[in-house]
Design a protein around this ligand. Structure first.
Ligand code: ADP
Ligand code: MG
Length: 702
């Protein structure tokens, strides 16, 4: 919030004190008035509706009942001691029970009188029951007042807090008190023209209504306003960072296209670029001529041809006198890039070198020298290539593969590699829904390759149950007879490696029986086998010496066998969507029709069914990512786990995509018109920056 009084430690709030403050801090991380205000209810209870006893079912939420007390008595001894009462309305009888606060109940619950009872109903021995209900004498002022509070907030609490009478009701009291005293101190932080344009509720009203709504419509408006505010300031921060970066960091200028690019383009590129590839190259060309450092994210499905685009950008850098590198997250991937790039550039052209953790010291020394004197122009490797001891003469462009495994610090390290920081192109084959990308990579520019090279046949995906296994075997035999190769993948779940291995081995045995030597030859690869053996098995498959590769998900990345046209995924229901999609991407790399067969048990969870149906329905990685986001929520999407950016208080990137787009657009327009936020109507925004804004700690974002 805006400083005082919301920075005040919560212990100074009336009704809190040191002991409860301590509990609030430990249990809910509520330290200040602000934290308490931001402890939003997770739902509201409709207090305008009254239930009849006959309507009571155990799965109802908190409800209200008007009933007359017909009897009450104390039962039990010591810890079983309880107050039990019977109440009645014109439809039936209900039992009430209290284990705590018995004295108070004894005094205030009077047989013969009617009460408004409020609590979570249940059934006990088939009879309606409520434990620890709130009760107010029917027709009194207190009851009236509660009746007026149409929607009552329900707050999350903990067992521990309940001991300090800080259950939902206790928290409600504290927050009501806080609002009563300080609602006037909640200042507007959005300029009037934005409030008007988007028809937003005022800020103080929004906070009051998100806790204690006047009615359902206003509650919705309050949520809308606070969500907008949250997304707006997040985007403001991200885009401001981007602006600052543009101002602060000069960029190398690649203004000419020279012999390296031309030689490759005219004499070595073995195919026509897709329109998507051309579009992205153009975007990169524009970025690298402006004198501003490029930070671009290149998203594209497996096989969409990102590598060529990266290589061609690198050749332009080289034409302008710079060195380049590609950084991959694993040695296998670095190796694969190395092979791919080498075969793309061909012989007698430009030197390509590989640097990883296993590069021998002797070779390393030579590499270091060639990097320092500028002789080596293309280096491919793992993190090893950004170690401090690796010095470049003039590093102009860095390509990072699979961004999500690289942290912000590593990116920062790269920036320091040169007086003018190198341009950065991040490639990812894990499509991220637009909304997530805009938040996670809000300060990057985004390029998308959304078409596959011409002539590729879309992979056909089929879902089989166990009872179709023989059919599947038959299909495999047909494909092998056609000269194709096949992957069979088993799930790997870290917690139970033994079981996984057993699965794989049982499967392997069954397959060996069905596909006997000498007609058929199998490879098997899993996590635990020695690297050399793995390599050997892989190579046999790559060379076409074996027709079937039985593996765990170790093959997910790093294998490229164009002749393999069938991917069979066992226990497919146990894989996540993005993993299924990645696995499927291992086939469909050649000219033949490829297939993906998802084997699953008959009984699927609703989510499992959606996942498999989605796979059957579409090959589009972005569509799959959207579904994944809906199923799992933003925090669980691959690559987002560590990001504090997704800890949103009110907004939800899954459901508030439109609002995010609005907020983003709004911020873009503001910066376009007033990059320094100096116009009088934008003063509030400047202030908000300095004040650290509500519900959002700026330090998380960098
Ligand atoms: P990605 O890195 O996006 O998964 P790659 O760059 O490895 O994809 O490309 C996959 C395959 O498609 C490679 O064999 C590559 O040579 C080939 N390829 C790339 N672009 C084209 C194109 N425009 N036309 C035909 N084949 C292409
Ligand atoms: Mg690739």
């Amino acid at each position: 919030m805006d400083g005082q009084p919301f920075n005040t430690p919560v212990e100074y709030l009336k009704g809190v004190g040191t002991v409860r403050a301590d509990a609030l801090k430990k249990e809910l991380s509520i330290k200040t008035f602000e934290d308490l205000l931001l402890h939003f209810p997770f739902r509201h209870i409709d207090r305008t509706r009254f239930y009849k006893i006959r309507e009571i079912q155990p799965d109802l939420p908190y409800v209200q009942v008007i009933a007359r007390v017909i009897h009450k008595e104390l039962l039990g001894e010591k810890h079983t001691r309880r107050m039990v009462a019977q109440v009645q309305d014109d439809t039936g009888v209900m039992e009430l029970v209290w284990f705590q606060g018995i004295k108070w109940v004894e005094k205030n619950l009077i047989p013969g009188k009617a009460y408004i009872l409020f609590g979570k109903p249940g059934l006990f021995n088939g009879k309606a029951q409520m434990s620890h209900p709130e009760f107010d004498l029917y027709g009194t002022e207190a009851a009236q007042r509660k009746g007026n509070m149409a929607l009552q907030p329900v707050y999350s609490s903990t067992e521990k807090l309940k001991q300090f009478t800080l259950d939902s009701k206790g928290l409600q009291k504290l927050i009501a008190g806080l609002l009563e005293r300080h609602v006037r101190d909640i200042h507007e932080n959005l300029p009037l023209y934005i409030i008007n344009k988007f028809n937003l509720l005022g800020r103080a009203d929004a906070y009051r209504n998100i806790h204690f709504p006047d009615d359902a419509a206003t509650l919705a408006e309050a949520k809308h306003r606070l969500k907008f505010e949250e997304l707006f300031f997040l985007q403001l921060k991200l885009l401001k960072n981007k602006l600052l970066r543009v101002q602060k960091f000069k960029g190398n200028i690649f203004d000419k296209v020279g012999p390296y690019f031309n030689e490759f383009y005219h004499n070595r590129l073995p195919f026509e670029l897709t329109n998507s590839q051309k579009k992205v190259l153009k975007e990169i060309r524009q970025d690298t001529q402006r004198g501003v450092q490029m930070n671009r994210l290149l998203q594209g499905d497996v096989g969409s041809g990102k590598t060529v685009v990266a290589l061609m950008s690198m050749l332009i850098a080289i034409d302008n006198g710079f060195q380049t590198c590609i950084m991959a997250p694993t040695e296998i991937l670095a190796n694969q890039h190395y092979q791919t790039i080498k075969s793309l550039v061909g012989d007698n052209f430009v030197e390509v070198a590989l640097l990883t953790g296993s590069t021998k010291p002797k070779d390393r020394k030579i590499l270091h020298e060639k990097l320092e004197n500028g002789e080596l122009k293309i280096l491919i490797g793992t993190h090893a290539l950004i170690e401090d001891k690796v010095q470049y003469k003039n590093l102009g462009l860095v390509v990072i593969d699979e961004q999500h495994r690289f942290g912000v610090e590593q990116r920062a390290k790269l920036w320091r590699k040169n007086a003018v920081p190198p341009h950065i192109l991040v490639m990812t084959a894990t499509p991220i829904p637009r909304t997530l990308a805009m938040t996670l990579y809000g300060d990057l520019d985004i390029s998308i390759i959304d078409e596959l090279p011409a002539g590729r046949k879309p992979i056909k995906t089929i879902h089989f149950y166990e009872n179709s296994r023989l059919r599947m075997f038959g299909f495999m035999k047909e494909e092998i007879a056609r000269g194709r190769q096949i992957y069979i993948v088993y799930p790997l779940i870290q917690e139970s490696e033994k079981l996984d291995l057993k699965n794989l081995m049982d499967g392997f045995e069954a397959i060996s029986r069905e596909f006997p030597l000498p007609q058929y030859r199998l490879s098997v690869v899993y996590g635990k086998i020695k690297a050399a053996d793995k390599e050997f098995e892989m190579q046999r498959f790559v060379k076409g010496e074996t027709q079937i590769m039985v593996a765990t998900t170790v093959i997910e990345v790093g294998v490229n066998v164009p002749n393999a046209s069938v991917m069979i995924i066992e226990n497919a229901e146990r894989f996540g969507l993005s993993q299924l999609h990645q696995l499927r991407g291992r086939v469909g790399r050649g000219a033949e029709q490829s297939y993906c067969i998802l084997m699953s048990k008959e009984k699927l969870s609703p989510e499992g069914r959606i996942r498999l149906n989605t796979m059957v329905k579409t090959n589009n990685g972005f569509e799959i990512a959207e579904t994944d986001l809906r199923l799992r929520g933003p925090g669980n999407i691959e690559g987002t786990q560590q990001s504090g950016l997704l800890d949103l208080k009110v907004a939800d990137l899954t459901t508030d995509q439109d609002l995010l787009m609005q907020a983003r657009k709004c911020v873009e327009d503001i910066f376009a018109a007033d990059p320094q936020l100096t116009l009088p109507e934008n003063q509030l925004l400047n202030l908000a920056f300095q004040a650290k804004n509500a519900g959002l700690s700026w330090d998380k974002i960098s």
